[in-house]
Design a protein around this ligand. Structure first.
Ligand code: PLP
Length: 389
């Protein structure tokens, strides 16, 4: 049998592959590329975290844990969220340890969505949300965000996208791909719309530690929002632990119980060695994490200054490790721009439209690259712009 596609479910067949992956297949075929493409820390996980996991293996911690995750890790997560965003969760029933935020988003959507329910998703945003909504048989509804608003989600724009089928709003601040943040006042306006229309919020706060102007604020901390919000966070970005695959979800116990049901039948539990590592990160990782964040901030300024020098417009991103400059002064759309930049100058960035149609006219540049590479990338991008403007 040559074509097996007819066996595939309609929903899987019709989901497009990630625009990022498509682009990175191209990058892997080109030598000598400076990559501002992958959204991943360039640090190795701090040694004390690796060591804690290693010791746990040595001591024989190789079995399943409770479906919800190690109780001591859930207790540390509860203490962390109380300390950082001021929201209290009971480790017994209100916290679930997951295989990254990726799993948390997937099972939250599957727990909440009835066929045809609408999931409101800021556009542009992280590539997994819309496919996640579709895989849960929901409908992804983009809510445009704009560079003139510094890519904050606006309450009036959100409200204009709401229909009787709207059920879930995904918030993702600090944002991938824009680096935008939402402060308390911005969130309060969104919370009012959420309450008025009886929505549930999935708040992906994976970049919460990577803010460069004051502390991260969570919508879960606003009045009457705790039980309407599933707060998610993970270790991939702040602690440079992408490969460990560990994250968590906190929320109302009915919702966490429903998510735990799916988790229990599909995943069983997050790997124990990764849970041990995460425990060490929360207990003793603050100092090293702060150093990494300072380092990202230095590189953020370097890239922003570089863009200014070569005349590439970019609003100042205040979180995560991305810049999202406009390429509208060139004759190219974002895919053409990235393909030609790769071919002509061997610099990889991600086309903005990979994150939603509202990302067209922009490119995502991740500054978790070495200073030397960032400086060289700016020179090469400057040469490219000189040739094409
Ligand atoms: N959420 C956002 C906004 C991300 O950018 C990413 C990874 O790039 C993820 C979630 C995935 O996180 P994890 O590694 O915890 O699955």
């Amino acid at each position: 049998m040559s074509d097996m596609n007819r066996y595939l479910s309609e929903v899987v067949r019709t989901i497009p592959p990630s625009g990022i992956r498509k682009f990175f297949d191209l990058v892997s075929q080109t030598e000598g590329v400076i990559s501002l493409g992958v959204g991943e820390p360039d640090f190795v996980t701090p040694w004390h975290i690796r060591e804690a996991s290693w010791y746990s293996l040595e001591k024989g911690y190789t079995m399943y844990t409770s479906n919800s995750g190690l109780m001591e890790l859930r207790e540390e997560v509860a203490a962390y969220e109380k300390r950082k965003v001021g929201v209290e969760y009971n480790p017994d029933g209100e916290i679930l340890i997951t295989v990254g935020v990726s799993e948390a988003v997937d099972i939250a959507l599957r727990a909440l969505i009835e066929p045809g329910d609408e999931v409101l998703i800021p556009d542009p945003s992280y590539v997994s949300y819309a496919p996640g909504a579709r895989l849960a048989f929901g409908q992804a509804v983009p809510v445009p965000t704009y560079d003139q608003d510094e890519y904050r989600l606006r309450a009036d724009v959100l409200e204009s996208c709401i229909t009787p089928k709207s059920k879930v709003l995904i918030l993702t601040f600090p944002s991938n791909p824009t680096g935008a943040i939402m402060q308390k006042d911005d969130l309060a306006a969104i919370a009012a719309v959420v309450k008025k229309h009886d929505l549930i919020v999935i708040s992906d706060e994976i970049y919460g530690e990577l803010t460069y102007y004051g502390q991260h604020a969570s919508i879960a901390a606003l009045p009457e929002m705790r039980d309407r919000t599933i707060l998610m966070n993970g270790f991939s970005k702040a602690y440079a632990m992408t490969g460990w695959r560990i994250g968590y979800a906190c929320g109302h116990r009915d919702i966490i119980a429903a998510m735990t049901k799916i988790h229990q039948y599909t995943i069983m539990c997050a790997p124990i060695m990764a849970q041990k590592a995460a425990l060490e990160a929360l207990r003793n990782g603050e100092e090293q994490m702060r150093k990494m964040v300072e380092n990202y901030n230095h590189r953020r300024k370097l890239l922003l200054n570089g863009f200014e020098e070569i005349g590439l417009d970019c609003f100042e991103p205040r979180g995560a490790f991305y810049c999202f400059p406009s390429i509208k002064s060139t004759p190219f759309n974002s895919e053409e721009f990235c393909e030609r930049l790769l071919q002509e100058e061997k610099v990889a960035a991600v086309p903005g439209n990979a994150f939603g149609s509202n990302g067209e006219g922009f490119i995502r540049c991740c500054y978790a690259a070495s200073v030397k590479d960032l400086e060289e990338a700016i020179i090469r991008m400057g040469n490219f712009l000189n040739r094409h403007r």
